[in-house]
Design a protein around this ligand. Structure first.
Ligand code: DHB
Ligand code: FE
Length: 286
């Protein structure tokens, strides 16, 4: 039996959410509605624990400074430590990788004409650890190995939604050709609308976000044609993080007529958390 993608998960990665968890503030009135939206998700994770998570996220000039900026980077190491982003590493478990599957995906996707940077040592920042905390709570160890897949959405030029969507399709093909019966989830993280800098700091666009969620579910191929400037104009400078969701969506079974439409297991939207609109989806392959 070959490996297969069972589901995709989409979620924001707001660093203040990580701080709220680490400092025991999740029950405070400001935070309670955010975490309430993930209660169902944590139960779903317990009921549907995969063998591996392929976690698409962005590094925030933590592992990759402005000295070196890979567009797409795949973590092939055996483990990854939580990064110190200026106030000490988050008190969360280290991330155990899956070097065999990661190397296989690198082989397949690079031979399919996508340029990936192979990373054999890196620390992982809030872009990766906050989604794990939201979905898994505060366990002593993360429930399964995680392959970190970092996308540059911090320093221009960033990859287009269309390229991300095509990359997702190549990742699905790669996973489907791995000769082991692994259940793999693919996560697309970051977003939703937010801008952290300049005169428009604090921008949130609920109409854009909800239309994005609708179209991500129903017609991701059309959504993938949205130009990057539209994300920046409509969803703020950091709203461009949303192109990462198209990698996960491109890896689902219905894309290119390959299989049935996914089931929407959970959908959640909340404004605001810190400066950011929080969006979350769980889609299951049928
Ligand atoms: C915030 C959101 C982000 O995506 C990020 O990387 C840093 C800060 C915020 O809303 O504060
Ligand atoms: Fe971010």
């Amino acid at each position: 039996m070959m490996a297969r993608i069972t589901a995709s998960v989409y979620t924001s990665h707001v660093p203040a959410i990580g701080a709220a968890i680490d400092l025991g503030k999740t029950a405070e009135p400001y935070w309670q509605p955010v975490f309430a939206g993930y209660e169902k998700s944590k139960q779903w994770m317990r009921d549907n624990t995969p063998d591996v998570i392929f976690l698409v996220y962005n590094d925030h000039a933590t592992a990759f400074s402005l000295e070196m900026i890979p567009t797409f980077a795949i973590g092939c190491a055996a483990e990854f430590q939580p990064a110190d982003e200026g106030w000490g590493p988050r008190p969360v478990p280290k991330v155990i990788g899956h070097p065999e599957l990661a190397s296989h995906i690198a082989q397949s996707v690079i031979q399919d004409d996508f340029d990936l940077t192979i990373v054999n040592k890196m620390d992982v920042d809030h872009g990766l650890t906050v989604p794990l905390s939201l979905m898994c709570g505060q366990p002593a160890a993360w429930p399964c190995p995680v392959i970190p897949f970092a996308v540059n959405v911090v320093q221009y030029p960033v990859p287009s939604g269309r390229r991300c969507f095509m990359l997702g399709q190549a990742i699905r093909k790669a996973i489907a050709s791995f000769d082991a019966p692994l259940k793999v989830q693919i996560w697309g993280t970051g977003g939703m609308s937010h801008q952290l800098q300049g005169p428009r700091a604090g921008l949130i666009n609920q109409e854009f976000d909800n239309a994005f969620l609708d179209q991500l579910i129903a017609d991701p191929a059309a959504l993938s044609n949205k130009p990057h400037i539209d994300y920046v104009r409509e969803a703020g400078s950091e709203g461009i993080e949303l192109v990462m969701w198209l990698i996960a969506r491109g890896a689902m079974a219905d894309v290119n007529g390959a299989g049935a439409k996914p089931t929407v297991r959970h959908r959640f939207y909340h404004v605001p958390a810190s400066n950011t609109a929080v969006g979350h989806l769980i889609l299951e392959n049928n």
